[in-house]
Design a protein around this ligand. Sequence first.
Ligand code: FPP
Ligand code: MG
Ligand code: MG
Length: 431
Amino acid sequence: QTPTSAKTDPYVLLAPHLEQMRTSLLTLLGSSHPSLNAIAQYYFLHPSKQLRPLLVLLFARATNGLGAEFSQVNWAADNARAHQQELDAPLTRKDILCDWNPSMPDHTASFQSAFELRIPPAQPPPYTPQPPPLHQTHSQTLTHTLLPTQLRLAQIVEMIHVASLLHDDVLDKSPLRRGAPSAPAAFGNKLAVLGGDFLLGRASAALSRLGSHEVVELIASVIANLVEGEILQMKGSGTEAAPHPSSSATSAIDLKDIHASPSPLPSDKWAIYLKKTYLKTASLMAKGARAAVVLGGCREGEVWKEVAYAYGRNLGIAFQLIDDTLDFSSSTAQLGKPGFADLRLGLATGPALYAAEEFPELEAMIERRFGKDGDVERALTLISSSNGVERTRELARVHAEKAREVLTLLPRSEARDALEALTEGVVKRRW
Ligand code: FPP
Ligand code: MG
Ligand code: MG
């Protein structure tokens, strides 16, 4: 039984924002060289789930107004500051458009449209904060508001995600992504790596302009986590898990319970697998959602940041577990990328780890990373006659259920309903 009955489609709720964000992102990624433009924009031109921006924007809408510092007055001040930063043309033109070179074309017009989200007036009027009328409640007013900084954060997390895909497709030698030739297949490895680096550069500049050290630290640590996850996947264990940001929160809600893992770990291999899953996938969702709440004015000691983190962490783990099952059960056409990729890369994901409990001969194959002739084919046969895929789906459902439980700590709103629908969608998806 789900805690809310009326479901709100997250894509419908945020459709105008998502479209505007995508268009403005393409402009934001313009560079001084056509090859760099082409590679940096490439993955944004193909359809994607936009799960990470959705998560950021829905948490922003679900929690704006709840934090002690999110009075209408502070909200107005934050907005005014953000406008000012973005309108700081001399700084941003120099940073983004490299117009130190007088022979370069003037990109001012396209630069302006990169910030269309704000629709700033030519001369921002002096800010006069308007407190909300007393009779208006939180749900009537502030939850429908998205701060410019939160919209920008949604773009930043998508840029970081796409940067990691550009690098991932080089590392995995993947020929396909989003139903088209992968970036390394289309442009070569060197440009794909440089394109990812360029996205990280643009994302970092935009991140610093959000004006929050806490958010910069959170998102910077995600970039490190992505690399840590990739290394853990490549080399196996060796280090302790990166801790999530601690909280000195005091609240009626038991934070230990919010953060408790819903899944017991049957072995070291499972511990490493789930840690890697957090680092490479869930960290961006958890910390991205948390950062959205920080930008909304929640401070240390308030529970909303913990809710966002715990939700994103569990949703992210559920998402990756489902991804790992789809590698076995969906077609290349459905996925838009090659199936059975993990075994071929030597990786034992949930289905293989569960299948090894039924067929112990898999253990040696996992140990040698399916490296002997015939290993991949034999492992595929064993895994498909085991309950590995179904058990991994079940584990994903456990994490999704935990995410949904955490959501009940938020006051009811359209955005909370949409988050609930999103949770369900992540587990049911086929691509
Ligand atoms: C996709 O996983 C890849 C990731 C989730 C993260 C990859 C991270 C890096 C390559 C580290 C470098 C990071 C940055 C920010 C530049 P997958 O290969 O399991 O999934 P796929 O089937 O979609 O390729
Ligand atoms: Mg990979
Ligand atoms: Mg890959």
